[in-house]
Write a protein that binds this ligand. Structure first.
Ligand code: KIV
Length: 271
């Protein structure tokens, strides 16, 4: 329970209990106060302030350009909205891979300045020292394996990862290492469903899938995708629950017409 309300906040302990009981964990991204409030009210266990903000909020092709300052700004806005959901924030590209003290400092800034409850970082054994330094500071870490968009220039495309046995084996070893280091959960992005299931069975911390089948311990999606805000982006793994693109464009064009034909504002809407 927080000192501000009677609503019990989701924590890393809740994640642990949910894995043990088999209850699936639902996570969505959000980047601003108003949408985060709605997602929290809708009942997700956690909000991820993903570096996908670079794509959906800022219009970049990749997640690489977003900075730590930008992420902290988004996280502060989301933090003010949350009553129950746990706030997890991505450390962006180039803020944790140089060495463990860089990782420590970036994570501490996020926690101090945004009120986050955990950070997420991409990668396996290559970043183990960074993970250790963040965990040693008392900060919960969510890992991220499979398609890790910050490495897009190494991958060359956003295709399915770990189809080949050697990459699948590395992913399993990385997942076990992240568990051993003390990560509280791991995002598995765009990998075969059978591999998502295998990893979820072999480790004791919750796996959160995005394009990893329905046998992971939870799911995460970008909120813009489930709301249908971009008609040209239809990833196979995302389910569209609304068609807000059509509804918003329709509402805006109705408004434009009403202004032009002077039916807005009416006498009731005037002083
Ligand atoms: O940045 C992001 O939104 C993410 C998730 C989609 C897992 O990392």
């Amino acid at each position: 329970m927080s000192i501000h309300s009677d609503i019990k906040k989701v924590t890393v302990e809740t994640f642990k209990k949910m894995k043990a009981s088999g209850e699936k964990i639902s996570i969505l991204t959000a980047y601003d106060y108003s949408i985060a409030r709605l997602a929290d009210e809708g009942g997700v266990e956690a909000i991820l302030v993903g570096d996908s903000a670079a794509n959906v909020m800022a219009g970049y092709e990749t997640t690489l350009p977003i900075t730590l300052d930008h992420m902290i700004y988004h996280a502060q806005s989301v933090s003010r909205a949350l009553q129950r959901a746990m706030l997890i924030v991505d450390l962006p590209f180039g803020t944790y891979t140089a060495n463990s003290s860089q990782a420590h400092d970036s994570a501490v800034r996020v926690m101090k300045e945004s009120g986050a409850a955990a950070v997420k970082i991409e990668g396996g054994m290559e970043i183990q020292n960074s993970i250790k330094a963040i965990l040693d500071a008392g900060i919960p870490v969510m890992g991220h394996l499979g398609l890790t968009p910050q490495s897009i220039n190494q991958f060359g495309s956003f295709k399915l990862r770990a189809k080949e046995e050697s990459e699948a084996e590395k992913l399993i070893n990385d997942a076990k290492l992240l568990e051993e280091l003390g990560c509280f959960s791991i995002v598995l992005e765009k990998i075969p469903a059978a591999l998502g299931e295998k990893v979820s069975k072999e480790i004791s911390i919750p796996t959160i899938g995005i394009g990893a089948g329905n046998k992971t311990d939870g799911q995460v999606l970008v909120i813009h995708d489930i709301l249908g805000l971009n008609k040209n982006f239809k990833p196979k793994f995302a389910r569209k629950y609304l068609n807000l693109h059509e509804q918003i464009v329709g509402a805006v064009s109705d408004y434009v017409n009403d202004v032009k034909n002077q039916s807005f504002p009416s006498s009731e809407e005037s002083f």
